[in-house]
Design a binder for this molecule. Sequence first.
Ligand SMILES: *Cc1c(COP(=O)(O)O)cnc(C)c1O
Length: 374
Amino acid sequence: MVPKLDELEESYRQAMDSRMVTTGPNAELLGTTAAELLGVDHAIAVSSCTAGLLLATQALNLPPGSEVIMPSFTFMATALGAVWNGLRPRFVDVDWRTMNIDPDRVEEAISSKTSAIFAVHQFGNPAPVERLKKIADRHGLKLLYDGAHGLGSKYRGTPVGRFGEAEVFSMSPTKLVIAAEGGLVTTNDARIAEHVRLGRNYGNPGNYDCLFPGLNARMSELHALMALRSFEKLDHAVDQRNQAVHIYSELLADIPGILIQQIHPADVCSYKDITITIEEHDFGITRDRFVQALKADGIETRVYYAPVLHKMTAFQQYHLEDDRFDLRNTLYLEKSAVSLPLYSDMTPDEVEQVCHVIRSIFYYREDIKNLTAA
Ligand SMILES: *Cc1c(COP(=O)(O)O)cnc(C)c1O
């Protein structure tokens, strides 16, 4: 949640008065606070998750031109860290129910050119981290997590943030913890942590002898203060979202053709979004028609992700037409998935109202189907 101005005013005044407005004590405090909360050795505040992915990938020292296995059903930034570092994404399929990368597909896609696996905790649903670790270890691959949605998520009771070589979180405004713009790189590897620290500051160790091509990916003090405030509300936000999703699941359970993203019962999902699939055959209309019908009733939804990565102009060159890279579940989600309204202070009444509209759309599906496209 975005903190209120009056919650920040005093600390902003102090930061401005100190004249140290970037990468000062508050950005440090954000790092140590996050590290403690997530139970990881290092957490480094950076200017965005995307910048964090660039630097964390650079820190892995992967052979130029080597291949990185990743999902296509994700946000474009997942692939950017690889491509900016001269690596080649290899897109593999997801499990359409969990919406996370499918470890069986990962294993099939490994070749002598593969150097790493990039996985995502999609919408906050923890990825299958144990299986991915086994695969990475067995094949000598690096494992990096795009944890953009993962603050507040737990894999079998453990907060995400300490898996793989590193995990990278986002604090941009659609996420649960908000810095206006910001990211966090978390790792138990001191060498990666040091690389990201130097890399966010151009690669300058302090003596102006640039050690490697870094970025300006520092976090300003004002952003850090917003993030620190927002972090205090994380647990509450996750609780509220889980309660809202609980109501959604009860009220939508008996409507044919609607399935909510499947979370392992021992895991906690941050529910960055509540994402469902609309199975046209059972629900009676397409996802796109469903979205239009909700909109006509004043209910805004989000379609994540269309187009999927392997169809994007920047990335289609990396897609291989090969059975190992069959993306049928990805294509299914591209046309069937939709994220319903969900925010951290959503009331039960508001959830019920959305479910009521969804039920009436189902009831009038035949009429809606026969309407000419808007
Ligand atoms: C939002 C998002 C990012 C990018 O985060 P920024 O902080 O905006 O750079 C990366 N990956 C995923 C999956 C995202 O949803």
